[in-house]
Write a protein that binds this ligand. Structure first.
Ligand code: LLP
Length: 444
């Protein structure tokens, strides 16, 4: 068991509001997550390392189930997937959203029921489609006109496959240009404004082996307000009503995608899930009543909000360089395990763990070890002025889109994933080693 001890004067950087709920303070500047000391984890598993709080993941799944009891909640595997994650999500009663044969096979071979999986992708490969059909995936979301014929042909004249059509509802939302997907002019979905959505729906309905169960949209990611979802839902219902009028079909499902935003730094806004659930329910009932449409079953696909706040990244400080105005704190990971600051300008809140410092704070730039000046993990953050090589830094809200987007850059190797729960730690995914790099390279 861990003992929570507060330092006499809490440093300004001692805000734990964005950390997993299980986080406790230990003596001498230590911190425990899931009842396990982060400093001990760093000793035992080495750094960099990713820690995933199983209880936090499960609790977040339950929050979704409680907030959306009548909806289908599909965890978006792209945020982070491992066999343990597959099991947790399944045990908590969620379905799964995957976007490749790789994610799909991992999930199904880990025991996830394929009929509760939805396959996405703006460019599905022949292997994606073949794997989906072989494993019996629940639904395939059509994202371009050519897929209709490809999927139909692969299913065969006597086969049967449930599908949805991804629609662009014309709502712009999301934390960065690169992750806004709700309007025309980006690669995802089919637009009602130029008629391509209606055309795809009509063609799909004309394929006897394809069963169109509903429409899908995903307007963007890291969205922190409810309004864009409400507007998107209204437009989706209007389109469903128009399709009923034109084709006489009442589609039973409406998938509103994911994108639910989280706070990466204390004080930042997160999407209010209770408000989202309430307002979507009200809008769904009202807009269906206005068009006389039978209320479809809602589906949602959260990724980040399930996995993100459950993860903590651990790094060891390798060098501290004071140049002019700047203090650079260089750690043993970087853009190969977290490309998000470089890609989207995301700001994180690292903190010193495992040592209590009384030094005055300094403004520092936490950088990685990669061969690029843009390899910055956290720009202009507050750290103790005596930060030095050997110190341990922990970065909260590291569970989503970090390891799943990790690369082999500079052959540093991807960090391990360690699950913590009720005072015990276990390795979920081992560290990538030089042997892994060498064994893939068969060029002689
Ligand atoms: N459904 C679909 C169809 C999606 O494309 C996505 C995310 C989700 C659900 C889950 O979205 P979430 O709830 O996790 O926001 N790499 C970026 C995020 C890209 C999101 C891509 N699609 C990042 O690191 O912020």
């Amino acid at each position: 068991m861990t003992i929570a001890v507060l330092p006499e004067v809490a440093p300004r950087t001692d805000d734990l509001s964005i950390w997993p709920a299980s986080t406790t303070r230990l003596p001498h500047g230590g911190l425990a997550v899931g009842g396990v000391s982060l400093a001990e984890l760093a000793e035992r598993f080495d750094t960099p390392a990713y820690v995933l709080d199983e209880g936090e993941v499960r609790e977040r799944c339950r929050t979704y189930r409680d907030a959306f009891p009548e909806a289908e909640v599909l965890y978006a595997a792209k945020a982070f997937l491992s066999r343990a994650m597959v099991r947790w999500v399944q045990e908590e009663g969620l379905g799964l959203d995957v976007c490749s044969a790789g994610e799909l096979e991992l999930a199904v071979t880990a025991g996830f029921p394929p009929e509760r999986i939805v396959l996405h992708g703006n460019a599905k490969s022949p292997r994606d489609i073949a794997t989906a059909l072989r494993l019996g995936v629940g639904r395939i979301v059509i994202d371009s006109p050519s897929e209709i014929a490809r999927i139909s042909a692969a299913v065969g004249a006597h086969g049967h496959q449930k599908v949805m059509v991804r629609v662009v509802p014309g709502v712009s939302a999301g934390g960065h240009d690169k992750i806004r997907t709700g309007t025309d002019g980006q690669k995802f979905g089919l637009s009602p404004s130029d008629g391509s959505a209606q055309h795809a729906i009509a063609r799909t309905l004309g394929q006897p082996q394809l069963e169109l169960t509903g429409l899908h949209c995903h307007i963007g990611s890291q969205i922190t307000t409810v309004e864009p979802y409400v507007v998107a839902l209204r437009r989706m219902v209007e389109l469903m009503a128009r399709m009923r009028d034109e084709h006489g079909v009442v589609l039973p499902e409406l998938d509103m995608g994911g994108g639910h935003g989280v706070a990466y730094r204390p004080g930042e806004a997160a999407l209010d899930l209770t408000a989202l659930a309430r307002q979507l329910r009200v809008e769904l009932i009202e807009s269906c009543a206005a068009t006389g449409l039978a209320v479809p079953r809602l589906a949602i696909e959260p990724g980040r909000a399930v996995a993100g706040p459950a993860g903590v990244a651990l790094y060891r400080v390798l060098a501290v360089k004071r140049t002019g105005e700047k203090v650079f704190v260089a750690v043993d990971g970087g853009m190969s395990d977290n490309p998000r600051p470089a890609l989207y300008g995301v700001r994180y809140a690292p903190r010193l763990v495992g040592r209590h410092s009384t030094a005055a704070p300094c403004r520092a730039t936490v950088v990685g070890r990669h061969c690029e000046a843009g390899d910055i993990l956290a720009d202009d953050v507050e750290l103790p002025g005596d930060v030095h090589p050997g110190d341990l830094l922990a970065v909260p809200v590291a569970g989503a889109y970090q390891l799943s987007m990790a690369s082999g850059y500079n052959m540093v190797g991807r960090p391990p994933v360690i699950a913590v729960h009720a005072g015990t730690a276990r390795l979920l995914v081992r560290r990538e080693t030089l042997e892994d790099f060498r064994s893939r390279d068969i060029g002689g």
